[in-house]
Design a protein around this ligand. Structure first.
Ligand code: SAM
Length: 328
C-alpha cells in the first residue's frame, strides 16, 4: 500500500448524474452526521500509522473536500507527517479560487480538478445544474498561481453526453502543463445508472485524438500508476487514460481508500471494508492500528475490474460502496 485516499465527507455541492444523481441524492437525503464522520485527529492518526507502514502518497477527496471548513488545518497536519512526499486533493473546483493559496501555504502539493466539458451547457448538465464553468476555470488558474502543480484535469467521458467535446477540452489545455485524464465511465456504486453503452473505450478516444495530434506512449511515473500516459509529439504536454472498464489494472493497484465514516476499502468497487472508526474510538494504539492495516493489505484479493461482468454491473446486483462515500 503506497497510496491512501481519504474521503473527508460524503456531501457535495454538485449532483453529477454519473456519481450523485439528484433523483437519489435529493434535499431529504441523509448524509453522514458530524459525529459519524472521522474527526481530523482520527484521520491524522490513520494517516500517520499508514505512513509508518510505507504509504507515501495521500489524496483528499469526498464528496467535495473543500466543503470541509477546517481543511487547511488538516492539510498542515498531514503535510508534516514523516514519509508523506505527495499530498494531493481532488475537487470539482467550485470553491478552489479563493482557497488555492491557503491550501498551498498549508502544505498541499497539487490538485486534480474534475471538469467534464468546456461546453457550458454540457458542463452544467454534468454537474447536475450546479457548476459554473468560469468559476471552475478561475479555480484552476488560482491553483496554478499558487503552485499546486502539475494540475490534473479529470474528465469522465460518456458516449452521447460529452464525448464530442473532448477534443476542444484537450485543445484548451494543450501547452499549459496541465494533464488532462480521460476516464471511462465506471460502474462505481449502485446508484449512478451505469450502462456499458455509455462507456467510451479509451482506445476509441485515443484513435480520434491521434488523428489530430500524434501521441507517443510514455512510461509510468511509478509502479501502480493507473493512468496510461501519452505525450503529444509536438511537445504540447501530456494526457492520460484511465480505463478501468476496458483495460483493468487490478494487478498493479497499490491504493487503499478510507471512507468519510472510517471504513477502509482496498478497492473502489468493494462491497465490504474494515471499520477503523470503531477501533479508533475504542482507543486502539498505533501498534494495534498498524497491525490491522498491514493485515488488511496483505489479505486483500480484490480483482473487481478484471472480473467485471457488464451484465451484472448493469443489473446493479452487487452491492458496492458508493463513490460519494469513498471518493474517486
Ligand atoms: N468532488 C470531488 C470532485 O468532483 O473531483 C471529489 C470526489 S469525485 C467522486 C472524484 C472523481 O471521481 C471525480 O473526478 C469524478 O469525476 C470521478 N467519478 C465519479 N463518478 C464516476 C464514475 N461513475 N466513473 C468515473 N469517474 C467517476
Amino acid at each position: 500500500m503506497h497510496d491512501l485516499r481519504i474521503s473527508l465527507l460524503d456531501q457535495c455541492n454538485f449532483r453529477c448524474p454519473y456519481c450523485m444523481p439528484e433523483t437519489e441524492f435529493h434535499a431529504d437525503f441523509e448524509f453522514l452526521k458530524r459525529q459519524d464522520r472521522l474527526s481530523h485527529d482520527e484521520i491524522l492518526k490513520v494517516a500517520r500509522v499508514a505512513a509508518g507502514l510505507g504509504v507515501s502518497k495521500l489524496r483528499l477527496t469526498g464528496g467535495e473536500p473543500l466543503l470541509d471548513k477546517k481543511i487547511t488545518e488538516l492539510i498542515g497536519g498531514l503535510a508534516s507527517l514523516p514519509g508523506v512526499d505527495d499530498l494531493a486533493l481532488t475537487t470539482n473546483g467550485m470553491l478552489l479560487g479563493p482557497m488555492a493559496e491557503h491550501l498551498a501555504e498549508a502544505g498541499l502539493h497539487r490538485v486534480t480538478v474534475s471538469l467534464d466539458s468546456l461546453d457550458e451547457d454540457i458542463f452544467r448538465r454534468m454537474s447536475g445544474g450546479r457548476g459554473d464553468l468560469a468559476t471552475v476555470l478561475g479555480g484552476i488558474a488560482a491553483a496554478e498561481e499558487a503552485g499546486l502543480a502539475p494540475i490534473k484535469i479529470n474528465v469522465v467521458v460518456q458516449h452521447g453526453v460529452n464525448d464530442h467535446t473532448v477534443l476542444d477540452l484537450l485543445e484548451h489545455f494543450r501547452g499549459t502543463g496541465h494533464i488532462v485524464r480521460l476516464i471511462e465511465f465506471m460502474d462505481v456504486g449502485n446508484r449512478n445508472g451505469w450502462r456499458l453503452d455509455r462507456v467510451v473505450p479509451s482506445r476509441v478516444l485515443l484513435e480520434k485524438i491521434q488523428e489530430r495530434w500524434p501521441l507517443r506512449r510514455a512510461d509510468k511515473n511509478y509502479p501502480g500508476e493507473v493512468a496510461r500516459r501519452y505525450q503529444y509529439l509536438d511537445g504540447a504536454g501530456e494526457i492520460g487514460f484511465i480505463s478501468s472498464v476496458t483495460e483493468p489494472f487490478c494487478g498493479d493497484c497499490s491504493r487503499a481508500r478510507l471512507s468519510a465514516d472510517g471504513v477502509l476499502y482496498t478497492c473502489l468497487f468493494a462491497s465490504k471494508g474494515t471499520d477503523l472508526r470503531e477501533l479508533l474510538r475504542n482507543h486502539a494504539d498505533d501498534v494495534e492500528l498498524a497491525d490491522v492495516l498491514s493485515r488488511i493489505w496483505l489479505q486483500r484479493a480484490d480483482r473487481y475490474s478484471e472480473l467485471r461482468r457488464p451484465e451484472l454491473a448493469e443489473a446493479h446486483v452487487l452491492r458496492k460502496v458508493e463513490m460519494y462515500r469513498i471518493g474517486g
